[in-house]
Design a protein around this ligand. Structure first.
Ligand SMILES: [Zn+2]
Length: 331
């Protein structure tokens, strides 16, 4: 007989409380307890902050812990539920996907109670935590293989009113980039589920490459800004400093601008985040694995755009994304 997912504590008690969201056992594992913290100051916005969905994106779990240092002191109203690590097995394996079932947790929402471990985590979050809130911030990063500007992102949403509220919320982080992301396939994403229920959902991509102190500071300031905008904490929002600049731009990606690898090889980046490029500018060079039998391939920008992310010097496969380019949304 399968148990139902549940919290081991009452998140309605005043102040900070903590315990676990129990993901029931299944055919592939014992019950999995996910640590959950609740900060309750009565009436007001109801927010869920999740991190560690992908196990090789550690900015989110680190920033989630840093929030603990000031949230209890600065909270004025409302409720914040914090899940520092959504996918502990993936984090332990330092892997994007869950090691047990090989699934990407952010493609299996709303999950299945009788499914594999990733599906059961998604089911527990969808059934227990999501109904308790109106707004979700999900903390990701581009992982160790990318250079990426810290960004608050959303996919285009069909409901115009929800889209405009979501974009306003995304811009309130004042991160270097606010990105409207034309994703080719959003099925099974946590974002898509929350949006379908009329909730504001912002996906944070808190940089990429090595986890460094600069990006973590940018991320923490951004989250504080968003909590100030919601009225949950007091304080004054400020632009975080990123590469000596205090600025923010709102951009949109177009699938037609994106650059993928034509074959296997080693990608050498020739541009950096925030570079403004014109059609034909060199983005990078793909070096075939066997330099004796084929020539390097120039990877060039398709249109005038801004570099949001570029793959680090790493081996790539056919069709791997090499760069993420975007254009100003309000122009
Ligand atoms: Zn991610």
């Amino acid at each position: 007989m399968s148990e139902t997912p549940h919290l081991t504590f009452d998140p309605d008690q005043a102040g900070m409380s903590k315990g676990h969201l129990v993901v029931p056992k299944g055919a592939d594992s014992e019950p999995l307890p996910l640590p959950v913290l609740s900060f309750n100051k009565g009436e007001g916005p109801r927010l869920l902050i999740t991190a560690g969905c992908h196990g090789n994106e550690l900015e989110g779990p680190i920033v989630a812990r840093r929030i603990l240092d000031w949230l209890p002191r600065l909270q004025e109203c409302g409720r914040v539920i914090l899940v520092p690590v959504l996918n502990p097995p993936a984090l332990k394996a330092w892997s994007r996907n869950s090691p047990g079932d090989g699934l990407n947790l952010n493609r299996v929402f709303p999950g299945r109670g009788d499914g594999s471990i990733s599906e059961r985590i998604a089911d527990a979050v969808s059934r227990v935590l999501l109904p308790m809130v109106d707004t979700v911030f999900d903390l990701h990063s581009f992982g160790p293989r990318w250079e990426f500007a810290p960004a608050s992102t959303t996919h285009p949403i069909a409901d115009a009113d929800l889209m405009s509220k979501t974009l306003r919320m995304s811009e309130a982080f004042k991160l270097p980039v606010t990105l409207v992301w034309e994703g080719p396939d959003t099925r099974g994403m946590f974002d898509t589920l929350a949006h379908s229920q009329g909730k504001i959902f912002v996906c944070l991509e808190l940089g990429g490459g090595a986890v460094g102190t600069d990006n973590l500071a940018v991320a923490e300031t951004g989250i504080r800004n968003a909590l100030i905008a919601l009225g949950i904490v007091r304080g004054k929002a400020e632009y975080p400093t990123f590469r000596q600049q205090k600025s923010s731009r709102t951009l949109k990606t177009f699938s037609s601008d994106q650059l993928k690898s034509p074959e296997r090889g080693i990608f050498e980046p020739r541009c950096s985040v925030f570079d403004e490029v014109k059609q034909g500018d060199l983005i990078g060079i793909l070096h075939p694995l066997d330099p004796c039998s084929s020539m390097p391939i120039d990877i060039r920008a398709r249109t005038t755009s801004i570099v949001c992310g570029v793959k680090s010097g790493v081996p790539v496969d056919v069709n791997d994304e090499l760069a993420l380019l975007a254009r100003p949304l309000h122009s």
